[in-house]
Design a protein around this ligand. Structure first.
Ligand code: FES
Length: 148
């Protein structure tokens, strides 16, 4: 029954890494142009490795599950590895999302990149994975859309 698999339901009902970080090294916020839902992701970085991440999502269950999974995926990863994570991979780790909910995973993908962008700006760093990234751009370029 239902639209959502057990992994999605688990991350929705028991989301990991909810809340705020004390003195975050980077904060990214993104609002979906599709539905208006909002997500904030904060990161702690040491020696170019993401040591902690937290999120707050004002959005649907799929957005909560996506941000829970996304923060779990980036903790312990290098910035470059985290930047390489696509919304498609978040969906794969969740075991799939319904097609109409794909944009919810884009929120998590974009919020991670925004948090890293903020960190990079504050620390004068550049990363290849951020080339061309604009935290304020609307996600209307379709590059993240995947076909079911
Ligand atoms: Fe918009 Fe899920 S419906 S983030």
């Amino acid at each position: 029954m239902g639209l959502y698999n057990d992994t999605v339901m688990d991350h929705f009902m028991n989301p990991r890494n909810v809340g705020d970080l004390e003195n975050p090294d980077g904060t990214g916020t993104y609002g979906s142009p599709v539905c208006g839902d909002m997500m904030q992701i904060q990161i702690k970085v040491k020696d170019d490795v993401i040591t902690d991440a937290k999120f707050k999502t004002f959005g649907c269950g799929s957005a909560i599950a996506s941000s829970s999974m996304a923060t779990s995926m980036i903790i312990g990863k290098s910035i470059d590895e985290a930047l390489a994570i696509s919304n498609k991979q978040i969906i794969e780790e969740l075991g799939g999302l319904p097609a109409v909910k794909v944009h919810c995973s884009v929120l998590a993908d974009h919020a991670i990149k925004s948090a890293i962008y903020d960190y990079a700006q504050k620390n004068g760093k550049t990363y290849e994975g951020l080339a061309g990234f604009d935290p304020d751009a609307d996600e209307d370029d379709h590059e993240h859309i995947i076909e079911e």
